[in-house]
Write a new protein. Structure first.
Lengths: 597, 308
């Protein structure tokens, strides 16, 4: 390819990127830009009011808190280990600085990588745990690192800590001012990254998984992998903050990275607003104001200020929590919206093109599952062909839902095999089965409380993406943006199929029960499945909703999908099913074509 | 041999306190599905209120406190523990039950740090000597007896005894009284318990108060053996949590046994019973913590598991 052609293509890509950026530019982006600008000039304006080294410590604290925001705000995971990650970064960087002649930035980076290693291990340990155990486990980890620093002099340099040699930072004399500006720039970058990730596939998947694990798993969200990634990334940022802060402090203090630091970082995130990218930074500023207040209180009472600071922080956190979690940044955004409502989004779905449909037959042979002595499913075989609706009926406890869970990968079968076309699915995870073209909806009509109707469908399309990785999301590559447009069109098409296109921008929590049922069918359709498994769609549906559902299933059938319905409503079964399988005590009792047909 | 005896008694007396804290964590977890991160600081609060009533914040010699005043002090400490613990339930636990975990995690931690900060502000010296509720110095050789060649503090027996008695009484209350039956009913099914007329909130609140108080009682007996710091309660909370995790927040006696075992293991690692005294002693707190983290990651908790 000639250099000229490359230049032209690069130029086009840049123009496109600028255009996309301009489209997505919002008031909050302006506000964030102004905030970063103010932060950059703060030391010159505040001149002497607050010492530069306090400002610099604050900037690194904000960086660590922004990293924690990834775990708490994006993934909804109560991580109490951020202090441990900051400490790991600090001490590893301190050792590397002392023992080698490597440049300062590289030492901080090595600290960050070590912290990311610990974060990956921690994330791996808690990858599939409920939030109680995540909280307890990360709390124990914070104590483990704090006690290790206290008990192991070879690690921490004993009570005096490690004295760290100072080296030039990016060619500059490492004054507190340089550290401060570096901290602000890194925090800004990290917050920008958070914004990009939140809007991208990674953020949507994490949000879905944190709001309903089961439903996210059914849509093939690889929750465990995402959680490990979130922990690793948040530990990396925390470790980087630690590795740089230790060079600002000149001494690595083994008592500085204990549970109190983890708690303070959590306070910053929750007080500032976990969901907003700049929330943690605002939280750190609030903590700074608190430390001023604590100093004043301490002077009044004649005690050291450090004794009041945790108390004021705790009280502030309790106040924020008891007022329903109205953190500072979200509250400010809400107030601003009242004066200047957000402009309606430009319609992004002109061509509601459906994805190319996949047509495959699902075959299951002799599936068996025992729970202790009870045999829930005992030798069930079935075949789901394209363009057919198969209904699975039977009394409660006959094993209908267990069959569904075996097929979708939520439960491993004791015996039997499952094939989609020629591909064997038996040992694949739910996420892999969804990518292969087999998806399921849950019975209890769960939904992702804080996502919009459209975002629900987008979570489904994430399974069909090839260029939605974290790096591509962060730098918004042309491929990523092109794929975005396709994914949005497909998500919109799925909503149209179930009659929710007009509700696309509403929060899912505003939908009726039947609306939520159709919403999760749409999210499942957005994964572009060959086979759709639906658990009791008619439960609690009003007569007009039933008509709607019948129309949907008839349309999906003509589109070529193979559908399995678990259903109690026999009238509904008669109206839509081509084939009826009756289960009794885990066995197929009868297998008949629908008498209506 | 004498070293082993020494380790067992020191370990059991530390472990008795850990065990009572672990009982508290387990019980509260089963009642509400949350881990009460403020429990350790609550215990510290009970101990320091006892100290305040017995001797004020001034330095004291162990003989300056009369028996009557000491009894009053212990009662005051327990009363404050129950009040703050129960109040804490309404303030930092009840609003968040069944909602996002970040709420109760942050709120219970905040309560713990707030209590710790109050103690720090009121008791500003690095460490305090606690008055002795029972004058052990008059027993044996200045409070020491020799068993199988090992010098054991008489107090160790008292602490072990108090811990076992408190655990036994708790077990009896849990099994035999109306209050205990209500607690077990709530732990099994809170909604069902409410339907049959148990006042769920009040019962839970009382349990949150008592959980701290029973451990504080043992702390007051154990505290005079070493300098006590404002952070000592926090650390006890951590040890109790480790013990509770080891038995997956299980039954009362298994939590207590885990606490005892943790105490003995720490003592064994710390005194070099397992060889290489200098090498392992530094790791005596780290090893159990690491084991607890690993177990937590790879074993499910009892009940209250999310099933989809």
């Amino acid at each position: 390819m000639s250099a000229q052609a490359t230049a032209v293509r690069t130029g086009t890509a840049v123009r496109e990127a600028v255009a996309t950026a301009r489209q997505s530019w919002t008031d909050s982006a302006t506000a964030a830009g102004v905030a970063v600008g103010l932060a950059v000039i703060a030391p010159f304006v505040l001149g002497g009011l607050i010492a530069n080294d306090s400002l610099a410590s604050g900037a690194y604290l904000a960086l660590a808190a922004t990293g924690l925001g990834l775990c708490v705000g994006l993934a909804g995971v109560p991580s109490l280990a951020q202090g441990a990650f900051v400490g790991t970064g600090a001490f590893v960087a301190a050792h590397v600085l002392r023992d080698t002649q490597l440049p300062a930035e590289l030492c901080a980076l090595i600290g960050a990588i070590a912290a990311a290693g610990l974060g990956t291990a921690a994330g791996f340990a808690v990858r599939s745990l409920d939030s109680v155990r995540v909280a307890v486990g990360t709390w124990l980890l914070t104590w483990l690192v704090a006690l290790a620093l206290g008990a192991l002099p070879w690690l921490s340099g004993g009570a005096q800590g490690l004295v760290v040699p100072t080296r030039r930072l990016f060619g500059l004399n490492p004054t507190p001012l340089v550290h401060y500006e570096l901290g602000v720039v890194l925090t800004g970058l990290c917050a920008l990254g958070l914004v990009a990730l939140r809007r991208g596939p990674f953020g949507l998947d994490l949000a879905a998984a944190s709001q309903h694990r089961g439903a996210a798993a059914a849509l093939g969200v690889p929750m465990e992998r995402l959680r490990v990634a979130a922990f690793a990334a948040s530990a990396f940022v925390g470790g980087l903050a630690g590795g740089l802060a230790v060079q600002l402090d000149i001494v690595a203090d083994p008592t500085a990275y204990g549970p109190l630091l983890s708690f303070e970082l959590l306070v910053a995130v929750l007080v500032g607003g976990a969901a907003a990218a700049f929330g943690p930074s605002v939280g750190v500023i609030v903590l700074g104001l608190i430390s001023l207040a604590a100093r004043a209180l301490g002077a009044l009472a004649g005690v050291s200020a450090s004794r009041f600071q945790p108390m004021l922080e705790a009280l502030l956190l309790l106040a924020v929590l008891t007022t329903g979690g109205y953190a500072f940044v979200p509250a400010a955004i809400r107030a601003a919206r009242r004066f200047r409502p957000a402009p309606p989004r430009a319609s992004r779905r002109t061509a509601a093109a459906a994805p190319p449909s996949r047509r495959e037959t699902l075959r299951a042979h002799d599936l068996a599952k025992h729970f202790g002595a009870v045999s829930a499913v005992d030798g069930v075989s079935l075949e789901l062909q394209p363009r057919t609706v198969t209904a699975l009926v039977g009394p409660n406890g006959s094993g209908k839902t267990t069959v569904l869970r075996l097929l979708s990968g939520a439960l491993p079968p004791d015996d039997g095999a499952i094939y989609l076309g020629r591909q064997e699915l038996t040992s694949l995870t739910t996420a892999e089965r969804v990518r292969a073209g087999l998806v399921r909806t849950l019975q209890s009509r769960p939904f992702f409380g804080e996502l919009s109707v459209f975002e629900h469908a987008l979570v489904g399309t994430n399974r069909t993406r090839r260029y939605g990785g974290t790096v591509r999301t962060l730098v918004s590559t042309p491929l990523f943006r092109a794929e975005n447009r396709i994914a949005e069109a497909h998500a919109f098409a799925a909503l149209e199929t179930v009659g929710l296109a007009r509700e696309a921008d509403r929060p899912a929590s505003e939908l009726t029960g039947s609306g939520r049922e159709r919403l999760m069918i749409a999210a499942a359709l957005a994964t572009n499945p060959a086979v759709l498994l639906v658990d009791e769609p008619s439960a609690g549906a009003a007569p007009e909703d039933l008509e709607l559902l019948k129309a949907i299933f008839t349309r999906l059938k003509t589109d070529g999908l193979a559908i399995l319905l678990v259903e109690h409503n026999l009238a509904f079964v008669r109206a839509v099913a081509d084939q009826v399988l009756a289960l009794e005590l885990g066995r197929v009792a009868s297998r008949e074509p629908n008498p209506r047909l | 041999m004498s070293l082993a005896v020494q380790v067992v008694f020191t370990g059991l007396s530390a472990g008795g306190v850990y065990g009572l804290v672990a009982i508290g964590y387990s019980l509260l977890y089963r009642l509400t599905g949350i881990v009460y991160f403020a429990l350790g600081d609550l215990i510290g609060l009970g101990a320091f209120v006892t100290l305040l009533v017995a001797a004020g914040t001034q330095p004291l010699t162990q003989e300056t406190v009369s028996g009557g005043r000491m009894a009053l002090a212990i009662l005051a400490g327990i009363a404050v523990c129950v009040t703050v613990g129960a109040g804490g339930y309404f303030a930092v636990v009840q609003p968040y039950i069944g909602r996002s975990a970040i709420g109760w995690v942050a709120a219970t931690l905040a309560l713990g740090f707030a209590i710790h900060a109050v103690l720090d502000a009121a008791f500003s010296r690095p460490a305090y000597v606690f008055p002795d509720p029972i004058p052990f110095r008059r027993v044996g050789n200045d409070g020491l007896v020799t068993i199988l060649g090992a010098q054991i503090h008489v107090r160790a027996f008292a602490v072990i005894g108090v811990a076992v008695v408190v655990a036994a009484v708790s077990s009896w209350v849990l099994q035999r009284t109306w209050f205990g039956r209500s607690l077990r009913a709530i732990a099994d099914d809170a909604d069902g318990a409410a339907v049959v007329g148990i006042s769920v909130e009040r019962t839970r609140a009382l349990a949150f108060g008592l959980a701290g108080a029973i451990a504080a009682l043992a702390v007051v007996v154990a505290a005079p053996s070493a300098p006590f710091e404002t952070g000592s309660g926090t650390l006890l909370g951590l040890k109790g949590l480790v013990a509770a995790v080891l038995v997956r927040f299980g039954g009362l006696w298994s939590a207590f046994a885990a606490g005892l075992a943790l105490g003995v293991v720490e003592a064994a690692l710390g005194t070099g019973l397992l060889g290489h005294a200098s090498g392992l002693a530094a790791y005596r707190e780290l090893i159990p913590l690491l084991v607890a983290i690993v177990l937590l990651a790879f074993r499910p908790l009892r009940a209250r598991e999310v099933v989809e």
